[in-house]
Design a protein around this ligand. Structure first.
Ligand code: DAH
Length: 343
């Protein structure tokens, strides 16, 4: 017994020295402590020994077993710190995919519908001046929208050309009309998306910054029917193929005649009394439009006797809220991942 135990201990000592990798150590664990390990055979001899020898060898074998267990765990600890251990079975960290902001998506959806209808996308500038934001668009000097309560004026040196007035954050995307018309010749068909700013206090349906898409077309024989046809096509491509339009007479300084446009509610189809979207009205207001005022064409270097044009302007937040059932405008700007990743 003594010889066998000694031999086993020596053999283990040699094997342990040679072991280089965690799998070598694992092989030793199986060899010396596994079900078929020699030490188990030695344990099985113990009951047949004399009473005295039983006690001695039972104890010695247990000591040896503990030694082997300890030595193996020390060895594998040493190996783990020396070489990087990569556990290929470990579940990987969840990679979440970023997504585009819903307002960018909707703004592009709107523009791409108009692109299909022959319009070109042109972006204006967020810092504008009084001439492009108001005067060119026939907005009179005493119009309330020019008031500092309705427009953010910028505290920076004024433009060199005196007629351009002060710099400001554009309060609508309509100045894009003036910028494009000054630089191009009809026929023109352009849509212009972007951010606009107004000193509104923030609530569920207002924000001091929001998004609009402006659109306009200028050519020799443009008339109101073209405007209506373009808008109807837009509404059916963007909202739902069965929506209808309703135009209500309105006033804008830059268009004459002007109208506000409603679409028939695409949820209740105008029929349901307790519709959560249209509140039973059957119609949803989506934009303002009209025939470009001759003064605007003239201000931008286009002969109003030869050319006519139509224009329209719509928010992006409202169509996005209608289409995706969002009930608070503030959700767009809070950047809560739980909200954003839904789109
Ligand atoms: N600029 C207007 C606004 O911000 C929207 C608008 C209305 C634009 C009628 C137009 C238009 O081009 O014809 O409220």
């Amino acid at each position: 017994m003594e010889i066998k135990v000694k031999k086993l201990e020596e053999e283990f000592g040699k094997d342990l020295l040679i072991a280089q990798t965690p799998s070598d150590v694992e092989a030793l664990r199986i060899k010396y402590l596994g079900r078929k390990a020699e030490i188990n055979q030695l344990f099985s001899i113990v009951p047949s020994l004399s009473k005295e020898a039983k006690g001695v060898w039972g104890k010695n074998l247990n000591i040896l077993k503990n030694k082997i267990t300890f030595a193996l765990s020390e060895k594998s600890r040493g190996l783990n710190t020396k070489e990087e251990k990569i556990d290929l079975t470990y579940p990987s960290a969840r990679l979440t995919r970023g997504s585009r902001h819903i307002l960018n998506v909707v703004s592009e959806e709107i523009c791409s519908v108009f692109e299909k209808l022959g319009f070109t996308v042109v972006e204006g500038t967020e810092i504008e001046d009084e001439w492009h934001n108001f005067s060119a668009l026939n907005i009179p000097l005493d119009h309330p929208s020019r008031d500092a309560f309705d427009t953010f004026y910028l505290d920076i040196p004024q433009p060199q050309e005196k007629h351009r007035g002060k710099f400001l954050l554009r309060s609508h995307t309509s100045p894009s009309q003036a910028r494009v018309m000054k630089l191009s010749k009809p026929p023109i068909a352009v849509v212009s998306p972007g951010r606009v700013y107004r000193p509104d206090s923030v609530d569920a349906s207002h924000s001091f910054m929001f998004h609009q898409v402006e659109g306009f077309a200028v050519d020799e024989n443009i008339n109101f029917a073209h405007l209506k046809g373009v808008l109807l096509n837009f509404a059916r491509l963007f909202f739902s193929p069965d929506v209808n339009l309703r135009l209500r007479p309105h006033f804008f300084p830059f268009t004459e005649p002007s109208a506000e446009v409603d679409i028939s509610c695409f949820i209740c189809k105008g029929k349901q009394e307790k519709c959560s979207l249209c509140k039973g009205k059957g119609w949803l207001e989506i934009l303002g439009c009209g025939m470009i005022h001759p003064e605007v064409l003239k201000n931008c270097g286009i002969d109003p006797k030869k050319y006519k044009g139509f224009a329209f302007g719509m928010g992006v937040e409202r169509p996005a809220m209608l289409k995706y059932g969002i009930n608070d405008i503030r959700l767009f700007y809070e950047n809560d991942v739980k909200f954003l990743e839904q789109f």
